[in-house]
Design a protein around this ligand. Structure first.
Ligand code: NAP
Length: 227
């Protein structure tokens, strides 16, 4: 599929910018929804940009008008502000979901995290981030929208040899360790967008060079056969 307009929030981030790059490479038009202070990588200089606050419903509604889907790649940046995860990963996701409902954007992909919903986890030292991420996920799951949650493992910046690296897709709460390059997470988001069978699913993703490369459709069959 191509020639769609896909909004991406968190498009100035390391994963969101790669989602936008992958969309451009596949013939879609990314619309970057970023803050007034966000720095966009030069690779996306020619992409459409909308500067806004996610807390401004009117601006968000107007930025989402006419898009075919939304990819949410926002995430609280590590800082001493321990309320960031609540504001960005829960309330920020909820406000984006509410805007999609108002504007009529039905397809939404959310980049969340392995272990979302866990209370006892070292990552929660940063403002209970995994708890707030799960609340953000639930806002999307309960919305009635056509949603897919992608929960990646530890993210890396590695760009080498990714074309021969297989993704391990699983259902929710199956994985807790391992990692995945952000570029592959971006490709997973695109594959989910292009795979209607991924609607209504939480999908955990990690990757390893020793894993075979399989499509998301094949992975879903395998997940369903082991349920
Ligand atoms: N790091 C990991 O190992 C890991 C593992 C699993 C899942 N995750 C999750 O995966 C996602 C992507 O991670 P990443 O490391 O690629 O992200 P990142 O580079 O930290 O980018 C975060 C994005 O969110 C935006 N953002 C932050 N606070 C915002 C706010 N209040 N309003 C609007 N936008 C805001 C940032 O905008 P600015 O550029 O303006 O700051 C940026 O575009 C995040 O949800 C993260 O929690 C991370």
């Amino acid at each position: 599929m191509s020639n769609r307009t896909i909004a991406i929030t968190g498009a100035s981030g390391k994963t969101g910018s790669r989602v936008a790059e992958e969309l451009m490479a596949s013939g879609d038009r990314p619309r970057l929804l970023v803050r007034s202070s966000s720095v966009i990588p030069y690779t996306l200089m020619n992409a459409e940009q909308v500067r806004l606050s996610l807390q401004d419903p009117t601006a968000l509604d107007s930025a989402l008008k006419g898009v075919d889907a939304l990819v949410i790649a926002t995430g609280a940046r590590p800082s001493i502000d321990l309320l960031g995860p609540m504001r960005v990963d829960a309330l920020g996701v909820r406000s984006q979901v509410e805007s999609c409902l108002r504007v009529g954007v039905s397809r939404v992909i959310l980049v969340s995290s392995l272990c979302a919903g866990r209370w006892r986890h070292p990552l929660n030292l940063f403002g209970l981030i995994l708890v707030w991420k799960r609340i953000g996920e639930q806002a999307l799951e309960n919305s009635g929208l056509d949603w897919t949650v992608i929960r990646p493992g530890g993210l890396s910046e590695r760009e080498e040899a990714l074309n021969v690296e297989g993704v391990y897709w699983s259902g929710p709460d199956q994985q807790e360790n391992d990692s995945i390059p952000r570029r592959l997470v971006a490709r997973c988001c695109l594959e989910a967008l292009n795979t209607p069978a991924s609607i209504g699913r939480i999908l955990e993703v990690t990757s390893d060079a020793s894993r075979p490369i399989i499509s998301l459709s094949e992975a879903l069959l395998s997940i369903d056969s082991t349920r």
